[in-house]
Design a binder for this molecule. Structure first.
Ligand SMILES: *Cc1c(COP(=O)(O)O)cnc(C)c1O
Length: 424
């Protein structure tokens, strides 16, 4: 591609406005299901709610699935299912959505952070054992961006130390490792159906398990701490700490309609992502995401890193990355920083003061934990160097759109001298 004027500098954008179609696609099935739910007059746990839990369990290939009002709620249910108690420690990747760690705090459980691996961007399995203490009871195994962790290796570490494994597959629904779906490796798992995820219901999530006892334990949290399913006769008695994590039949009706197309959505995303390496391999300074052997990647978020060393911007990497993003967005590529903060850098954790008076870290059952940031150099570098690509690769956008996005990356990276002059 010859020298061209970047759109951020007054040139024509590669991707015309309106080219990228919004997510998720809505069709006749969505409308019929939602209207059907209204007409059924059971707005909470109605026919769609019951059917959704069954249909999702079938799709996932799991014995039990409980639909909750968020992925965060489902993660909290996982923590309770595992019987974690005040002062217990749980290993969490330092780079994730904060819910992977706040789900622990909700139960006075202490997150202990471990750095991520540069290639997979998931927890660095080799660094887990050094973080294990006599208080460690579980690992939150977060499968980021549509790629699972190597669960053979992670489960080996967990089994050696008798740790429970909570899978956070909010971003990796439909991703597989050795032919098995994310969410089926650990003891319990949680996924999300919020507006960004690959299965959308607006807000929502599933708590799943193949273990009857763990599932019942986690489910206590779902409805005030009661144990009876609300469609059965209610005892008006609570057995333990409960929240109110139920969703509604309308939301479930929407999710049911979307679930019928989930496999197609994932396949389209994979086909779209598959266009990019060919288009981008000769483009300078891009570090493209990889799919290690044994994995299928859904490319929930197509994560590219800019090689700030080669670009000469190691010291001001986030600021320069933001300029590149500005140039890409001016071309219509719709990129963004997904998570620019390490969890232990956020004040919710760094201040060690979730509930006031230093709780739960100051709890008499807890031990001192170290959140010093020099433990997470890889996660920090990823925070500073990455840009994410989600909606342009989602259905109904096809490979024609993906190719245009590739052209936008190419144009910007081949005209990086112009990016240098953009104001942040
Ligand atoms: C989206 C997400 C969550 C939280 O899901 P919500 O439904 O928004 O509560 C948790 N963990 C990860 C990794 C996520 O991406």
């Amino acid at each position: 591609m010859a020298k061209q004027k970047l759109a951020a500098c007054g040139g024509d954008p590669v991707i015309a406005p309106g080219t990228i179609k919004p997510w998720p696609p809505i069709d006749k099935t969505d409308r019929e299901r939602v209207l059907g739910s209204l007409d059924a007059h059971q707005p909470t746990v109605g026919p769609n709610y019951v059917a959704l839990e069954k249909e999702f369990a079938e799709w996932q290939g799991v014995k039990h699935a409980c639909f909750a009002n968020s992925g965060t709620a489902a993660l909290h249910m996982c923590v309770v299912a595992c019987g974690l108690r005040a002062g217990d420690e749980v290993i969490v990747p330092a780079y994730t959505w904060p819910s992977s760690a706040t789900c622990c705090l909700h139960h006075n459980v202490i997150p202990v952070f471990v750095d991520v691996d540069w290639v997979t961007m998931n927890i660095d399995i080799d660094k887990i054992e050094a973080a294990v203490t006599p208080r460690t009871k579980a690992i939150v195994a977060v499968h980021l961006h549509g790629l699972t962790i190597d669960m053979d290796r992670l489960m080996a570490v967990a089994n050696k130390h008798k740790l429970r494994v909570i899978e956070d597959f909010c971003q990796s629904i439909g991703a597989t490792f050795q032919g098995r779906k994310a969410g089926l490796f650990g003891h319990v798992a949680a996924t999300s159906t919020n507006h960004n995820k690959c299965l959308v219901s607006g807000e929502g999530g599933f708590f799943i398990s193949n273990d009857d006892e763990l599932f019942e334990g986690g489910k206590t949290l779902w409805y005030f701490g009661e144990r009876r399913p609300p469609e059965g006769s209610q005892e008006f008695y609570i057995y333990g700490m409960g929240w109110m994590y139920r969703s509604t039949d309308l939301v479930a009706a929407f999710a049911r309609a979307q679930l019928t197309r989930l496999d197609d959505y994932v396949a389209q995303q994979q086909a779209n992502a598959a266009c990019l390496p060919e288009c981008l391999q000769a483009v300078p300074h891009l570090i493209l995401p990889q799919t290690p052997a044994g994995h299928t990647h859904t490319f929930y978020n197509y994560m590219t890193r800019f090689d700030m060393e080669a670009l000469g911007h190691v010291d001001d990497a986030p600021a320069f990355r933001d300029k590149i993003n500005k140039a890409l967005n001016a071309e219509g590529a719709s990129v963004g920083v997904w998570q620019g903060w390490l969890a232990p850098k956020m004040s919710a954790f760094a201040a060690k003061n979730a509930y006031g008076k230093g709780c739960p870290w100051s709890c008499q059952h807890a031990a001192e934990v170290d959140y010093s940031l020099d433990q997470f150099p890889v996660g920090q570098k990823h925070c500073d160097w990455h840009t994410g690509l989600t909606m342009p690769l989602r259905s109904p956008n096809g490979t024609d759109v993906a190719e245009k996005v590739g052209q936008a990356f190419r144009k910007v990276m081949e005209n990086i001298d112009q990016v240098e002059k953009i104001d942040n």
